[in-house]
Design a protein around this ligand. Structure first.
Ligand SMILES: [Fe+2]
Length: 424
């Protein structure tokens, strides 16, 4: 007969066996996944974006594994790429600005080197008059402990006829090169037909990823369109503040640099991290925001995109720095909509405008692009709708209306909201 000691031993062995059986597949999966992930090579994709005039000027960006001198052929017919531009030097990070383009025109391009086609793509320039258009919104595609659903969202976007997709920050998590390769590999699915409007997140900032004493700033090498001109406004001003603006039909778009304003830092005065604060609220950035909005008052709609939400139901809650220092400017100049990531959920809310009564600001959080989802959402008084889980948001703009729709990845409508123009 088995004594108590032997029986306890058997129970322990059985438990250990079951734990090992349960953990093994997960361990195997993550070893394989992480191994493949850190070896992701540079994908042969290109992206289209612009500085401030997408009616007449766009740039094509791409990267090569080695230093290459490339040629871009482009034209308005897929079979007649009669404009040819060749780079002056060999590069790994490539930007080719195409100028003197016609508005509302579809262009096709091909990138070549060493007598081979590297990649091809197409884009349409902005219209010169108010005409209806659609655009996609997503954020926080960073992958942390698993593949997430970035590829799934990218597959859906690939079927869309958007004028562009705005990616509202946190392309990557730890800023390693392989993560950027992974981002472009997955998002590359739609980048051959849809331009990209980049917004910088806190996880996209420069970092010394290889511990050689110098920070790598991959975001800036991929996306060169920041108009930040003034350096060293304070000791935290690294001159990497990424902001610019452009017009597309009836909407003026502003891309701002508020990647993160940490208000939970117990070690710092008022809990505010001075680096986050002083990098974002530089005098030149704030002056540019006001001037840019003042010049855009005749547009039916003004949309400002920046990573850190002003308030919301997510982990970060309300941000009193953004509420006190930025929001009055947005209200003063009648910004219609702000769009954010950072918090990993979807949310729509209203920020009442007490300066211009009736011109309330609608905010969206679209941080559901593929990373971990928030749990335990706590709606704030401004919250109208909030939900965690995979989703994507699209907008349709006319001269009179701006309509936002958010869907699950299986196509079920989560939220739809129409804003009418105040310009009559
Ligand atoms: Fe973030």
């Amino acid at each position: 007969m088995m004594n108590i000691k032997d029986r306890n031993k058997n129970v322990i062995l059985t438990k250990v066996f079951l734990i090992v059986i349960l953990i093994m597949p997960l361990t195997l999966f993550y070893s394989l996944y992480l191994n493949l992930y850190i070896r992701t090579p540079v994908p042969d994709v290109a992206w289209v974006s612009w500085y401030d005039d997408p009616q007449h000027e766009v740039y094509i960006g791409w990267e090569t594994e080695d230093f290459e001198q490339c040629t871009v052929k482009y034209g308005t017919s897929r079979t007649e790429l009669d404009e040819i531009e060749t780079e002056g030097t060999a590069n790994q990070f490539h930007i080719m600005n195409l100028t003197s383009l016609s508005s509302n025109t579809r262009y096709y391009y091909e990138i070549d080197y060493d007598g081979k086609i590297y990649t091809t793509g197409e884009f349409r320039t902005a219209p010169s008059i108010y005409s209806p258009f659609s655009f996609g919104l997503t954020a926080d595609t960073q992958q942390k402990i698993g593949p997430g659903w970035h590829s799934h969202v990218a597959k859906i976007f690939d079927q869309k006829n958007y004028s562009f997709i705005a990616m509202v920050g946190d392309f990557v998590e730890d800023r390693y090169k392989a993560e950027w390769n992974d981002y472009f590999k997955r998002a590359g699915r739609w980048m051959d037909t849809i331009p990209l409007v980049p917004v910088q997140g806190n996880h996209d900032r420069a970092k010394d990823v290889d511990n050689d004493g110098e920070e790598e700033y991959f975001f800036g090498q991929y996306f060169p369109q920041s108009v930040d001109q003034v350096m060293n406004t304070n000791i935290y001003d690294t001159h990497q503040q990424f902001y610019f603006s452009f017009n597309w039909s009836s909407v003026h778009f502003q891309i701002l640099y508020f990647p993160e304003v940490d208000i939970d830092d117990e070690e710092e005065l008022h809990g505010i991290n001075p680096r986050d604060y002083n990098q974002s609220f530089t005098p030149d950035h704030l002056a540019w925001i006001e001037e840019d909005l003042a010049n855009a008052q005749d547009f039916p709609f003004r949309v400002s995109l920046f990573h850190c939400p002003i308030t919301g139901a997510g982990f970060y809650g309300e941000n009193f720095v953004l509420i006190n220092e930025l929001l009055p400017i947005l209200h003063q100049y009648n910004v219609t909509v702000t769009v954010h990531g950072h918090a990993h959920h979807f949310e729509r809310g209203i920020l009442k405008n007490n300066i211009h009564l009736g011109n309330d600001l609608t905010y969206f959080v679209v941080g559901t692009g593929g990373g971990l989802a928030d749990v335990g959402l706590c709606p704030v008084p401004e919250t109208e709708v909030c939900t965690a889980g995979p989703s994507y948001t699209e907008a349709h703009a006319t001269e009179d209306n701006l309509e936002f729709s958010t869907y699950t990845l299986s196509g079920e409508l989560i939220d739809s909201y129409v804003i009418e123009s105040e310009v009559k």
